[in-house]
Write a protein that binds this ligand. Structure first.
Ligand code: SAH
Length: 200
């Protein structure tokens, strides 16, 4: 499947109906999700792999991974988001395993790749990206994670002894939710990391 085709399919998915600010609920835009999945796919980390999305929300990354030939698993704490993820998977006829669990305590086995857009840590309740990174590195040898621009130095030291092996810049269309006058979108750049466990 071409990237554009994946993007168009993911664009059909529903997002959060009532996003919780405490849980930092935002859906990864289809353009960004498709790019993340393609970057992971060219490294051989999606097709034929068991791929887990930690904090899968309404499922865009997990469903995209399934459409690209991965055995996809989504983990999410919020029941409403999980119900939307199920509807989204059904809409695109994507096989998807969903698990309602807290990323801070869940134990997962047999996962090859984690791909995630974790809470950035702006809200305390979510414990931010650190808990997600810890769990991801306990779960899989290869972790893909999306972060604010300029996070690389922190992430590189936080993930040790795992290594931040690749870093990509992705353009992210950020909806300006607090703008009452328009639904304008601001383009920002975010960083997408490939982190590998167990390298010397
Ligand atoms: N992966 C989705 C959603 C990203 S938003 C996407 O790319 O579109 C982050 C998600 O993490 C939210 O759905 C939120 O409910 C979930 N989340 C936050 N804290 C969590 C926790 N402790 N355990 C599981 N999920 C959590």
């Amino acid at each position: 499947m071409k990237k554009k085709q994946l993007e168009m399919m993911l664009e059909r998915l529903e997002g959060f109906s009532q996003p919780s600010p405490e849980r930092e609920q935002y859906s990864t835009p289809a353009t960004v999700a498709a790019e993340m999945l393609y970057l992971a796919a060219v490294r051989g980390d999606i097709q034929g792999c068991t791929v887990c999305d930690l904090g899968c929300g309404t499922g865009v990354l997990a469903i995209g991974a399934a459409l690209m030939g991965g055995n996809a698993v989504g983990v999410e704490i919020d029941a409403g988001a999980l119900a939307a993820a199920r509807r989204n998977a059904d809409l695109l006829k994507a096989p998807l395993h969903l698990l309602r669990a807290d990323v801070r305590t869940v134990e997962l086995r047999g996962i090859d790749t984690v791909i995630m857009n974790p809470p950035f840590g702006a809200q305390k309740a979510s414990q931010g990206d650190r808990a997600f990174l810890c769990r991801a590195l306990q779960t899989a040898d290869v972790v893909y994670s999306l972060h604010n621009r300029g996070s690389a130095a922190f992430i590189r030291s936080f993930v040790k002894p795992a290594t931040l092996e690749e870093m990509y810049l992705i353009t992210y269309p950020l909806k300006r939710c607090f703008d009452f006058h328009s639904k304008s979108v601001k383009m920002i750049e975010v960083e997408f990391y490939r982190i590998v466990r167990g390298s010397p």
